[in-house]
Ligand binder design. Structure first.
Ligand SMILES: [Zn+2]
Ligand SMILES: [Zn+2]
Length: 376
């Protein structure tokens, strides 16, 4: 039985490898054989899938820009390099950006095959990109190990549905910079102690009692926030992304179409303003903590505050993930791997048959135990 399972998985791996070659771009011809080169996570270079020739990606002369929020839509470049197309899923509405030479067969977010090329605007070009460190083979191994350990996952899922849908996808994020000035009123509580001596049962007992003295503090807290990171995808929820851990953003590089070659990117679905609202929530929490530090004391209460933001700047960045989305009995599930660190997170359907077998055996063991215990 285990033999069968491995055979199935190996077949799927083969299919998948063929597809990876199929979807490579034709815009980076190999200098040796003319084949289509794609970005290689292991080499961190363009690599020819046929003759394995590698070519460096020059990236030194590119300047990373941040755009003022109000004018970002007009000022930022919409040219992603190479000819790109936008594919939209009619099932979940998810949109992906890819080289026009790529062939998409299913939606990366829900696994549906109802996908269409749209005329939709490609959106603002990413300013920086975190290239994949984890290649297709490693991510497939991770997946096999992960699903192999899920006892309750139905057999069908372990064999087919997921592995051939594992896709390297860059997920869009926005970063915001902002200057903030906050006028606030707060209460600072400082502890002081009094001692009380009384007679209990003929003995003198001294008690130390804590009190809080409150004073009102008014002040101004000014802080500059740099690169506040916001997930700008509505298809990928924050909680799921959190579970694959953080990314080392120091490794971000100025965007070049070479890094996307052989991969796809999700088109951001949050507007720049919606993204800013999310960033503001994060900043707001940090401001509260900053005020708390500034006010000091043993206890703290914020009475009110009012913040002015200035010099708000924006940047679009792409982060790498390996993802597999699939439908099982009309429900969508996702498997996600951090394309930089390899950290895994996923959802999977639980086999009703396997669960009831386990429940049944627990009941059986209980019944047998009861039978023997009651005879003693
Ligand atoms: Zn070649
Ligand atoms: Zn979809």
């Amino acid at each position: 039985m285990t033999k069968d399972k491995n055979q199935d998985i190996d077949e799927v791996v083969e299919e998948f490898d063929e597809k990876i070659e199929e979807i490579s771009t034709d815009k980076f011809p190999c200098p040796s054989c003319g084949g289509n080169m794609a970005f290689s996570p292991t080499e961190q270079k363009l690599q020819c899938p046929y003759c394995k020739t590698v070519v460096d990606i020059e990236n030194e002369s590119i300047e990373v820009k941040e755009y003022h929020l109000a004018e970002a839509e007009e000022m930022a470049s919409h040219n992603w390099g190479n000819e790109k197309i936008v594919i939209k899923c009619s099932n979940c509405g998810g949109e992906t950006v890819m080289d026009s030479s790529m062939q998409a067969q299913f939606c990366s977010f829900c696994g549906s095959s109802h996908i269409l090329k749209t005329d939709e605007n490609i959106g603002i070009k990413p300013e920086t990109i975190l290239p994949f460190s984890l290649d297709a083979k490693k991510s497939k191994d991770k997946f096999k190990k992960w699903i192999g350990g899920k006892f309750f996952a139905p057999k069908e899922v372990k064999q087919k549905h997921t592995l051939n849908r594992l896709q390297g996808i860059y997920i869009p994020f926005f970063t915001y910079d902002a200057d903030s000035t906050t006028a606030y009123t707060a209460k600072r509580g400082v502890y002081y102690y009094t001692t009380h001596t009384s007679q209990v049962n003929g003995k003198m007992v001294t008690k130390r009692i804590r009190h809080t003295r409150w004073t009102t503090v008014r002040g101004v807290y000014a802080q500059y926030y740099d690169d506040v990171l916001v997930n700008s995808s509505k298809n990928m929820d924050d909680a799921m992304i959190k579970k694959i851990g953080g990314f080392d953003l120091r490794k971000l590089l100025p965007y070049k179409p070479e890094y996307m070659s052989g991969f796809i990117a999700e088109k951001y679905s949050l507007s720049l303003d919606e993204g800013w609202q999310k960033a503001k929530n994060q900043i707001d929490n940090q401001i509260d903590q900053g005020i708390r530090m500034q006010v000091g004391g043993d206890e703290f209460r914020l009475v009110n505050k009012s913040t002015n933001y200035g010099d708000i700047k924006f940047k679009h960045i792409l982060l790498p993930m390996w993802m597999s989305a699939y439908k099982f009995k009309e429900k969508a599930y996702r498997f996600l791997i951090n394309g930089q660190t390899g950290q895994v997170n996923g959802e999977y359907p639980k086999s009703a048959l396997k669960i009831s077998l386990v429940v049944l055996s627990v009941i059986l063991v209980g019944a047998v135990a009861f039978f023997f215990l009651s005879r003693q």
